[in-house]
Design a protein around this ligand. Sequence first.
Ligand code: OAD
Length: 231
Amino acid sequence: MLDEALREIRRRKWERIVDFTGAGVSADSGIPTFRGAGGLWRNFRSEDLATPEAFARDPALVWQWYEWRRGLVRNADPNAAHRAIASLERAIVITQNVDALHARAGSRNIIELHGNLFRVRCTRERTTQDALDAFHELPPRCDCGALLRPDVVWFGEMLPEGALETAAQAISSADLLLVIGTSGVVYPAAGLVSLHRGLSIEINPQPSNVCTYAIAATAAEATPKIVEALQ
Ligand code: OAD
């Protein structure tokens, strides 16, 4: 499949490229995915940790989990897939990931559908601020005294304003879509792929076969090859 996809890519020049990524793109950086072997939702209950109700019930517990994940990501580096994606400067990156590894690899045009682990939001004022370093006390508070929360999307919450619309526009007008490392089961993000008409390529050791070509390989193995053919 990889060779066929590479041949197809080399047949013409692709102008409007979208990379749609999920947790699998960061798996080769040592960041656990959510589903599958070793996935976070195998060991933790999402309803205890990633819902507004869980935060209202026990903000310190939710924050402990986020501080653990923030620490994992802080100590990780972007991998060959993130770097290859960043080298394709004309591409738009639409990611479900909150780990900011695409930005650290140098991608500039990124739509973060599910927020960012390294940003916090005041639960009263709704203002956001960057928060790169670990907090000394959990749960952290805003200067106004209210609780801060991670600026991420929890189950049952809306996506950031405009993000879905901008992503839908980019995907429907793309001539090439790369779908990398996502199980495609979490909506509304997962529904975006069906808006695309044209060549699409999935990179995933366990592909869901929603694309023209499915490459059963890890993101770090296959993405640089695809991107090289696009350069
Ligand atoms: P999942 O954990 O659901 O899926 C990860 C996908 O990555 C699976 O299809 C794996 O087969 C694949 N995968 C594993 N290792 C890989 C590798 N080395 N290279 C490429 N692919 C690999 O993650 P997402 O699809 O991102 O939402 O999950 C979607 C959303 O569900 C997340 O954004 C998060 C989660 O609950 C929220 O927190 C709102």
